[in-house]
Design a protein around this ligand. Structure first.
Ligand code: MN
Length: 503
């Protein structure tokens, strides 16, 4: 399912009556030209819908109310073609609950030096109309995005594409449901947090279910359904001989398939978009769900292990943002280090639950013992991940707010094959290097669990955090420990002082 399908962004052009009918007709025609170009460019992930030119406070207010109540509108693209006195925008912007981006652009790319006259000047006023609109955004302390440039330029379209993805993921997250099978891994701190604050701030709800509730669904799965999905496994993966029919562990594979189908039914029936498990609470399941979680993640479900609902919701939102982009997105954990001075790096993995959307080639379906959890050997997909740019993102609960931390990374090939490590694994070098990247991450309180993506860049995550009104800490190639420390201290003051950020 494509989460962008049916969504819309509304194109809102601001003006006023002062210019007369003829000018307003031209403004409307120019807006239409831009919207048609956007929709035909094939470079934006979501459809843009044009709305009539806005010239009065009442019309602006009504439009914002309509956007709020629309089931399809994920946000507004505003454009001040002419000057639109911004006091007219106060009531509407005060009511608006959808994110908006101001397109600071103009119909013409170049000044027609030989022909320009005062009529032209009065029609093409983004340069000061956009500033008037910007003032009211700043005055009202409204979080929003501004994109400056010519609307046909590649970089302009890319910036808009990025923001649209973030806004669409935000839209998707509102009212989303996260299911927790069991509670938190005992005594773990970073995976805890305030679920009420999360619902107020992020829009998703988190509720717990006894593993017994899931087991009912697992036990209800038919043999025919298991046969069918095992056929799908055989078609999709390279399968260990012991998991083939008649093989030593064929019954374990059937049991794993049963868990997948039961989980899937539970999540579908409840309309959940993300879920967590914990290996400390598997009563009634004979193995830790490995393959099941991997396959559900590949279908767009967010996942967090050990009860980590913040990461589960984050992984789902990242998957929505990444819809249609090259490269995958998965739940991830910083597992162990290579500290060789000339090339320090991280080996990322989890016990089992890494999404095959990041695999470099056909995953291999295998079964191996798990030294933790005291259950039967779990079935899992094993694979490597291609080299390239990626990022890790973490959301933590700071008590008075949420903080998102993003570290850009370079995925590299393992120095040698890993024949005795039968899990999905990724090797990366954090930017700017392990010393600063890990140091800054730890000072910021970033979790060991992350949403890992090779499809998204830091700008997707920043736009998303800004729409959410959440603190955003970036650790990239320019990161310095002393600067990050200062930023964290300043953010502490900012979020302590500003009202409305307490959730
Ligand atoms: Mn973990």
């Amino acid at each position: 399912m494509n989460p962008f399908e049916g969504l819309e962004f509304w194109f809102i052009t601001g003006s006023q009556h002062l210019y007369g009918e003829e000018t307003l007709k031209q403004v409307a025609a120019d807006s239409e030209k831009i919207v048609n170009f956007f929709n035909q460019s094939g470079q934006l992930p979501v459809k843009v819908v044009i709305k009539p030119v806005l010239t009065t406070p009442d019309a602006i207010y009504q439009l914002c109310l309509d956007a709020n109540s629309s089931k399809n509108c994920a946000g507004l693209l505003t454009w001040m073609h002419t000057f639109s006195p911004a006091k007219m925008w106060i009531a509407g912007l005060k009511a608006l609950t959808k994110p908006f981006v101001d397109l600071h652009t103009q119909t013409n790319r170049d000044i027609p030096w030989a022909d320009i006259d005062m009529d032209f000047m009065n029609l093409n006023q983004t340069a000061h109309g956009g500033r008037e609109f910007g003032y009211i955004g700043a005055r009202m302390r409204l979080e929003h995005k501004v994109i400056v440039g010519y609307w046909q330029d590649q970089d302009f379209l890319e910036e808009l594409n990025t923001w649209m993805r973030a806004a669409a993921a935000w839209f998707d997250l509102q009212g989303a449901k996260v299911a927790r099978f069991g509670d938190n891994m005992r005594e773990v701190a970073v995976t805890e947090g305030d679920k009420v604050a999360a619902q107020i701030r992020w829009g998703y709800s988190v509720n717990g279910y006894g593993v017994g509730d899931l087991v009912k669904y697992v036990n209800a799965v038919s043999d025919a359904a298991i046969d069918k999905i095992i056929g799908e496994y055989y078609d999709t993966y390279t399968v260990s001989p012991s998991l083939l029919a008649g093989g030593q562990y064929y019954s374990s594979l059937r049991s794993s398939a049963r868990i997948e189908l039961g989980m899937r039914a539970f999540l579908e029936e409840g309309g959940f978009k993300a879920f967590t498990t914990t290996f400390e609470d598997l009563n009634g399941l004979d193995q830790l769900p490995g393959l099941a979680v991997q396959r559900l993640m590949a279908d767009g479900y967010g996942f967090g292990a050990e009860g980590d609902w913040k990461t589960a919701a984050l992984v789902h939102a990242m998957k929505v943002m990444a819809t249609g982009l090259k490269g995958g997105t998965s739940f991830m954990e910083d597992y162990t280090y290579h500290m060789q001075p000339s090339g320090m790096k991280v080996l990322g993995a989890h016990m089992l639950e890494v999404c095959a959307s990041i695999a470099s080639s056909k995953p291999s379906l295998e079964i191996h013992p798990l030294s933790i959890g005291d259950k039967a050997d779990p079935v899992r997909l094993v694979f490597n991940v291609p080299s390239g740019a990626g990022l890790n993102a973490s959301v933590i609960d700071m008590g008075n707010r949420f903080r998102m931390i993003v570290n850009t990374v370079d995925v590299v090939n393992p120095d040698a094959p890993l024949p005795k490590l039968p899990v999905a694994r990724v090797v990366w070098v954090p930017r700017p290097n392990l010393k600063i990247g890990a140091g800054a991450w730890i000072l910021a309180g970033g979790a060991h669990h992350t949403g890992f993506s090779m499809a998204l860049n830091q700008q997707h995550m920043r736009d998303f955090a800004e729409i959410a009104g959440v603190e955003f800490v970036l650790i990239d190639e320019n990161a310095r420990i002393d600067e990050i420390k200062k930023e964290l201290r300043w953010n502490e003051a900012y979020y302590g002082l500003s009202k409305g950020f307490l959730a």
